[in-house]
Write a new protein. Sequence first.
Lengths: 109, 116
Amino acid sequence: GQNIDQPTEMTATEGAIVQINCTYQTSGFNGLFWYQQHAGEAPTFLSYNVLDGLEEKGRFSSFLSRSKGYSYLLLKELQMKDSASYLCAVRANAGKSTFGDGTTLTVKP
Amino acid sequence: DTEVTQTPKHLVMGMTNKKSLKCEQHMGHRAMYWYKQKAKKPPELMFVYSYEKLSINESVPSRFSPECPNSSLLNLHLHALQPEDSALYLCASSQTPPGGGGDIQYFGAGTRLSVL
């Protein structure tokens, strides 16, 4: 089975940097995804890591350490529209991805 | 076009009704998914179709019946649902089946279902 942990809620200030952590335990790790979901809307893909290291995409970066079972999503230059839920999803060798409970980020002026 | 279209957006049904949710994508994706999402919870996988064949069924009750008429369409037939089945039902598609290198999922906006 899989166990995925994320903080439930985080608050940050507009223009700041925030790091959302995700730790996981799984048999046969085969990739980790980050999705953003605004309230009442569909999840949208943000980033994917399968090898150790940092993947950068504009204001968003994602990091993976497979030996530590750890990933983080880094959001820079926060904007009000970044207020959303951020979901970490872990893919096992069987191919199926399981979502964590998500972290609700609130960006304040 | 990276759009997954779901209809209807909202659905209210009684416990004796039969209804269907529809999902469509024209990205040439070969895998399609149904998820159930309750408020403030993550999406829970229900079914996966890979190359139009059911490849994953997460022990979903038989009152939910999926159908994949062709590579672009995915239906979820509903019958004799319970109030606890009220949730947001999300459809997603990916270029390749789960575990393949192209299994980033693109989600539709969902159908918000209320069972009375």
